[in-house]
Design a protein around this ligand. Sequence first.
Ligand SMILES: *[C@@H]1O[C@H](CO)[C@@H](O)[C@H](O)[C@H]1NC(C)=O
Ligand SMILES: *[C@@H]1O[C@H](CO)[C@@H](O)[C@H](O)[C@H]1NC(C)=O
Ligand SMILES: *[C@@H]1O[C@H](CO)[C@@H](O)[C@H](O)[C@H]1NC(C)=O
Ligand SMILES: *[C@@H]1O[C@H](CO)[C@@H](O)[C@H](O)[C@H]1NC(C)=O
Length: 575
Amino acid sequence: MSESIGARWAARIVVATSLFLAIYLLVVAFVLPPCDFDSLRPWPLSLDFSSWKKSSIITTAAAGFGMSDGENVAVFHNGAYTSGASDEPETPPLGSPWFAPRASYINNLTSALSPSTTGVYGFLYNDSATPDGSYGVYNWCNMPHVRKAEYVVPPADEHRTLVYVELVHRHHKRTPYAANGFPHEKYPWHCEDAQIHLYGQPSGLNENISPGVAHYAPTFDAPNNPFLKSALGWHGSCQFPQLTAGGLADAWQHGMDLYDVYHGLLGILPAMDDAAWHDHVAFRVTNNPITSQTVTMVLGGMASAAGIRAETMPDTPLAVEAAGFDSLEPQYTCSAAAALFEAIVDPGPPASAIGARTFPVWADHLKRLAPLFAQLDAASGVDPANPRGFHASVDHYYDNLSSRQCHGLSAVAGISQDMADTIFRVGQWEYSRMYRDDARSLTASVGAWGVWVAQLAGHLRIARDENEKQGKNGVRYRHNVAHDGSLSRLLSILQADEMVWPGMGSEVVVELWRKEGTSSYDVRVLFGGQILRSSHPELGLLDMVPLKALLTYIDGLVGVDACLLPAKCNGSQPL
Ligand SMILES: *[C@@H]1O[C@H](CO)[C@@H](O)[C@H](O)[C@H]1NC(C)=O
Ligand SMILES: *[C@@H]1O[C@H](CO)[C@@H](O)[C@H](O)[C@H]1NC(C)=O
Ligand SMILES: *[C@@H]1O[C@H](CO)[C@@H](O)[C@H](O)[C@H]1NC(C)=O
Ligand SMILES: *[C@@H]1O[C@H](CO)[C@@H](O)[C@H](O)[C@H]1NC(C)=O
């Protein structure tokens, strides 16, 4: 009797154990991230997102996204239309969970090039200041950003607490890169009003040894250097590039506004003169000095908002990854991503070899730009036979003309405002094309910027775990200063529904919120101070998306700690 009860129990235990094991393996296969758990998998990893999407776990986690469409969505242009798809996509690589962005004027080359289109969809290109009435409008010179007047605190009845903030911030307005200078500049550009410093200082041992005070004063007009004197491009006392006085002031304002929101309004940032400041904030820059020039002004703006005088300003460390490996700029080598990106911007065969067949989209757009390039070359001195990158995209002309306009410098004879505006519209089209419309763009961005995204996922996990265990976080606010190439790839990976070229001072902010009294963590993403919408149906409006859904998405693309990327980047696995 007792023996048969024992046997029945033994059988039950065996059944229960196998059931548990089966469920565990399923959970490992579909929920837990790849790489770390490879040994538990009896089958190879699949990055086929068509099956991933059918997994009920994800669908449940993501149910209801896109339902709460509000007014605060980042939509930068006016007069949107929604008919049809965007300009013809290429084919997405197998398994890429790419979804086309919404069709709008921005990704419609016909309307960008049409002589009947004037202006740049209401975007601003001529001053850092945006009139109060139109705040939120795209401003290339100084993008709309997080500030108290527009910031939306989640409704009190949602009972949410902000746990962690990570921000990527494009540097502010600057002089152009030397490579984007026209060969024959009619006037010099001076920067006596924007001093750049770089200094070393021994710490600790001997406080009596301290550096002097100095700043750079470059000159391109040295009388005794004939090579420099006759160099093409800009002359003057600026570094090309460097932040200008206006860019420094804009960065300061962003710092002040961020402090007002994340300290004043939400209290997640400690007071800057509190000893806890160093425990809870982290700043990071790239190897390009213009990001350090930006972040120091951001810190100055924060100090000003905190009422801290220069003598008592805390010394904030700036993290920077080694040149050649930096994931923020990005600089690490991902040959597969570089090759894919080159395919996206393939200029096609030389004009003489082009037959009657249809061209890939990028080559076709360059062909349609030829008459405009011819006019611009004539005015700028760019040699059509050796255009040095001026004809591979509108980037160089765009940089040249927009930085001039943002600083109120005079126009170039022979380049009308209409021509400049056309370049700006096509620039917007190109960024949408490179990072969203081309169906290969997601895969290329994942390769080139996946390490940073995996770092973000790691930070979000740590913030959640610390908050669960201790009810508080170490680092609560992380601020990365980077480049348009960084923000564009982030927007590409998040699959922004409307892709624009991230202007000067653009901020993408990832906020992690916890529902009070629960272990429920949700993510909100802001761009231009407004909630970002993703074209991925399971992300949708990035307004309190379950953290788990975002982490699953990122892990599926790059693996935990980007462990999938080395093999994807060197070509031993498909990207
Ligand atoms: C692009 O714009 C043109 C003219 O503005 C319009 O005729 C065309 O339908 C648009 N294309 C798409 C795909 O919406
Ligand atoms: C800047 O551009 C806007 C829109 O094109 C225009 O309304 C405004 O007058 C311009 N401002 C200056 C200072 O040129
Ligand atoms: C723009 O191009 C002109 C013409 O070559 C060049 O002289 C100038 O340095 C460029 N300016 C910027 C801001 O790149
Ligand atoms: C590519 O990277 C993977 C993962 O790091 C490595 O195992 C493999 O040997 C590399 N292959 C080549 C050809 O470099």
